[in-house]
Each structure stands twice: as structure tokens, then as C-alpha cells.
Design a binder for this molecule. Structure first.
Ligand SMILES: [Zn+2]
Length: 278
């Protein structure tokens, strides 16, 4: 099939993950965190195998879980056919290796947006600080951000794995997407896991099926400028952002700004990066 697939990973929505510490333990040598990295590598390998089953020419894998600092994959266990995308860039808001040469994006282990009922470890960037993230007035999460970023290059998101709530979010946003459910969230920090071996077999099968679909998948290319609104849990965060030129203060906890480039969806207003002036 001669296509290039870009796999971006997260950890909260992986098969086998049912605790916060497995994704976030700050001690690199903790048993929980090592277990988490094993699950990450296993899910990615299932996805990579599915891509090559479908005849992919190249599969780029990017570790998108911030805490991992790009070292989440267990390299010696990672499918050797995968091309690891190393975030060498001085600009962490850019997804390296995502460009016009990519034919399809797949998300592995993604979690639902902040404020999702029964979404396991649901959040948007900041688990305990960010209440709502809106794109042009509509509530969205990290899945949407990545779809917007890929859309900048005309690349569709064709597959996502995560808990049931994430799969529902994905289908709501992108009706053509194929999803594999890994678990069912029962509370913010609790879930009912599906058998990881079964989930991984499903990931492999489903991602291959998604890539083989011949109908034109949906690309989310957004008109510019794009308006970003964030409601923080704490007014102090809104205070901080509202000092940056181009940021509008809507109320005690809410700030808004506009971006003129879809790739700036991850750019937070700062002295170094400033949004469009009205
Ligand atoms: Zn994450």
C-alpha cells in the first residue's frame, strides 16, 4: 500500500493501565512506572504490526506522554520496523516527523478530554488545573488537538485506542475513525480493564482495517484564525496568562486567544510565544 503512518502515543488509555502511578510515578525505576512502559511498548507493537499487515512502507512512532520525556518506549522490545521519532526540537509544541509525507495518523492509549464522565484519567494537558479547553467555542481534548495539527498538513486521523469514553469522543468528532476500546472508566481513577492480550489483537486487526479503508477519510482542516478558550480551575492561572499580549480575559478563570497557525494548538501564551493580536 506504500503509505506512511504516524503513531502518536499516550499512556492513560493503554491496555493494562489502571492506575495513575503507572503513567506518572516520578521515580523512573519504580515497578509501577516500568509496568506502564511495558504496556506502552506492547500496545505500540500491536499497532505497528497492524500497519505493516496493511502494507505500510514506514511507521513513525512518537511518544506523546509528557512525563516520559520521550523515553517511554522500551527500545529493546520495540518492533524494529518502527521509526522512533525523537523530539530533538527546541520547540516542544511541534510534533516532529508529522508533515505532508504522512498518509494517516493513529493514536494509541489516548484519554478522554477534561471533564468526561467515566473517562479514566480524563484531562486536557493539566489533569487538575484545566477545567475546559475550547476550540472555536466547542469543548475539545487532546485527540482534537492532534487532529487539528495533522489537519494542517492535510493528514487524517484514522484510528484511536483508549477507554470507551475516548472511543466515543473520537467517533463524535471524526465519524469515519476506527477505534479499539481498552477499558471502561468507572471513575476518574478507576476502571474495568479488558483483557490486554485481546485488546492488542484487536488493535492490530482494527488499525489494519482502518488503513485498508478505501473511502476518503476525513481531514480536519480548520479555517484560520482559530480561537482557543481555556477555563482554569484556579483564577491565578488566568491571571498569569492574561498578562500576555493577545490574551483576552473573559472572567476570573477564563482566558481566550487566537492562533494563526494550526500547529500552534499546543502553544501556550508566554513571553516567548504570543498569540495573534486582535
Ligand atoms: Zn498522557
Amino acid at each position: 500500500m506504500n503509505i506512511i503512518v504516524y503513531i502518536v502515543t499516550d499512556m492513560e488509555g493503554l491496555a493494562g493501565i489502571d492506575r495513575w502511578e503507572q503513567c506518572y510515578d516520578l521515580d523512573d525505576s519504580s515497578a509501577n512506572y516500568k509496568y506502564g512502559r511495558e504496556q506502552l511498548t506492547a500496545d505500540v507493537n500491536a499497532a505497528v504490526a497492524g500497519c505493516f499487515d496493511a502494507g505500510a512502507r514506514e511507521v513513525r512512532v512518537m511518544d506523546g506522554h509528557g512525563r516520559n520525556r520521550n523515553r517511554g518506549f522500551i527500545q529493546e522490545k520495540l518492533d524494529r520496523r518502527a521509526t522512533s521519532v525523537w523530539l530533538s526540537s527546541h520547540d516542544p509544541t511541534r510534533l516532529e516527523g508529522m508533515d505532508e509525507t504522512v498518509d494517516a495518523v493513529a493514536m494509541i492509549g489516548q484519554h478522554p478530554m477534561a471533564g468526561t464522565l467515566h473517562g479514566f484519567l480524563d484531562h486536557t494537558q493539566f489533569p487538575k488545573e484545566l477545567c475546559r479547553f475550547l476550540i472555536n467555542g466547542q469543548e475539545h481534548g487532546e485527540l482534537s488537538q492532534q487532529a487539528v495539527y495533522a489537519g494542517h498538513f492535510g493528514v487524517p486521523v484514522v484510528f484511536a485506542s483508549g477507554d470507551e469514553a475516548l472511543c466515543e469522543e473520537a467517533r463524535r468528532l471524526l465519524p469515519d475513525i476506527t477505534t479499539t476500546a481498552t477499558k471502561e472508566g468507572t471513575g476518574w481513577e478507576t476502571c474495568r480493564l479488558y483483557t490486554p492480550e485481546t485488546v492488542r489483537a484487536n488493535i492490530r486487526r482494527d488499525i489494519a482495517a482502518a488503513l485498508r479503508k478505501t473511502d476518503r477519510p476525513q481531514v480536519w482542516r480548520m479555517a484560520l484564525p482559530i480561537e482557543i478558550t481555556i477555563e482554569w480551575a484556579w483564577s491565578a492561572w488566568a491571571d498569569r496568562f492574561s498578562r500576555i499580549p493577545g490574551v483576552q480575559r473573559l472572567n476570573a478563570r477564563t482566558v481566550r486567544w487566537k492562533i494563526g497557525d494550526a500547529r500552534d494548538i499546543y502553544s501556550w501564551p508566554s513571553i516567548k510565544w504570543q498569540p495573534l493580536l486582535e
